[in-house]
Design a protein around this ligand. Sequence first.
Ligand SMILES: [Zn+2]
Length: 85
Amino acid sequence: MRGRRVALPQAEQHVRLKPQKEHFPSCGEWMPVAYHAYRKILTMKGLIQLRLVVRRCPNPACRGYKQPCRPEEEGRWAYHMENVV
Ligand SMILES: [Zn+2]
């Protein structure tokens, strides 16, 4: 919409991302949330605060043990960030 000049809010937008899978594929173990990671991304629409839910497999016998499982979408956001002029 053009014609109406409305000041864009400068407040940060908050976006919460979480991994698609809650169970590790190979062992099927449910992965509890290990921690949250935060990233700030400057886009053309303003500053966006990403909150990333990171899960980890609790099964010591699993190859995914202690490997953080980050949201798949994070890569897309990073790509977005790199294209900001
Ligand atoms: Zn596992």
